[in-house]
Ligand binder design. Structure first.
Ligand code: FAQ
Length: 305
């Protein structure tokens, strides 16, 4: 009976748009869903530093290098806000990292693809951050207070990331024939993985129904994906590149109809079989082990104070 009352009060708060805070009563499944989504989100930010880190030493100018370095550092910072926000749900950062290393926690599938050219830096900023923004603008209104507040700060930074990526692509697209081809190649490589970032179709999405009821997600995977497509196709056309989908067509309602995603590829990457899954996780484990002395020194310093 008490649980029933708690549940009704909890749902009434959600429906009234009142944020749930760490010490408030919450259903165990709500807490678990947030632990899963927020820790996966944090891991994505941190693992997502790797494809761009690949180009830091080879950026074509000092200006480009400074911008890329700042952008990658921002992503690390986003991971930290999100781990802190997720820890308010009673799981330690060490545990989140352990789950990642054991393969029990996921991170965004998109970061398991390689970045072979400088144009990939443009495509990642423009498309991957662009997709992340569409999702995260919506998550600013999520029902869990610490997650929602972290999202507000993160969104401000992501919009700079999207613009720096688009600037790289626009510059290459109006450059030499080879530069334009490099930009098109990167667009072709990152287009489909970016669309996959929004998750499976709503009909296949196991978590959407509960997450929408509890205000964790405000919009469905397919609705957010469509918003991204409708925003991005005109940007592709504006810089004179080709849409990587021959069937993309503008409908009367102002929205684009596109080919379906290769879902076998998506699930295969999630299962660990993408082109860079092994490399990404191995690098994370190595960096974590090599950083052990920093954590030990910080704890020892804290204890001495
Ligand atoms: N990758 O039932 P749903 C960024 C899994 S941040 C891997 O629909 P949900 C910044 C899902 O976990 C990018 N797995 O799941 C940056 C579930 O499996 P589970 C990260 C995925 O949670 C830019 C299963 O499939 N953003 O990029 C993916 O309701 C550049 C069924 O799916 C966020 O994490 C995927 N793409 O909806 C950094 C945003 N999609 O866990 C560096 C927060 C689905 O039950 C450089 N997260 N799965 O075993 C979300 O909004 C949601 O979690 C979704 C998925 C929309 C991703």
């Amino acid at each position: 009976m008490e649980d029933q009352n708690n549940m009704e009060r909890f749902q009434a708060k959600i429906d009234a748009g009142i944020k749930i805070e760490p010490k408030d009563w919450m259903p165990e499944k709500y807490r678990q869903t947030l632990v899963r989504q927020m820790s996966q989100h944090a891991h994505s930010e941190v693992i997502g530093m790797q494809p761009e880190g690949n180009w830091l030493t080879r950026a074509p100018s000092l200006r480009a290098k400074k911008i890329l370095m700042a952008k990658i550092q921002d992503e690390g910072g986003h991971g930290l806000y999100l781990y802190c926000a997720a820890e308010t749900l009673g799981v330690s950062r060490d545990k989140f990292i352990e789950w990642l290393h054991q393969g029990k926690a996921k991170y965004a599938s998109v970061f398991n693809y390689p970045s072979p050219t400088w144009a990939d830096m443009g495509a990642i900023g423009w498309l991957v951050d662009g997709a992340a923004i569409v999702n995260q603008v919506s998550l600013q209104r999520t029902s869990y207070g610490p997650y929602s507040r972290a999202m507000v700060k993160i969104c401000k930074e992501e919009s700079f990331h999207q613009r720096q990526g688009y600037e790289i692509m626009a510059t290459l697209a109006k450059g030499t024939k080879e530069q334009k081809e490099m930009a098109q190649g990167a667009l072709d490589r990152w287009w489909w993985p970016s669309l996959m970032m929004f998750g499976p179709h709503d009909s296949e999405s196991a978590n959407t129904k509960d997450s929408m009821k509890w205000g964790i997600k405000l919009e469905t995977n397919d609705d957010l994906r469509q918003q991204f497509i409708d925003k991005t196709i005109p940007q592709i056309e504006l810089i004179g590149l080709k849409i990587p989908d021959e069937n993309a067509v503008l409908q009367e309602n102002g929205s684009y109809k596109t080919s379906d995603i290769d879902w076998d590829e998506f699930w295969n990457v999630i299962k660990g079989n993408g082109p860079c899954n092994v490399q990404r996780l191995k690098h994370h484990v190595k960096a974590h082990e090599e950083g052990a002395w920093v954590r030990e020194a910080a704890i020892a310093y804290g204890e001495k104070q």
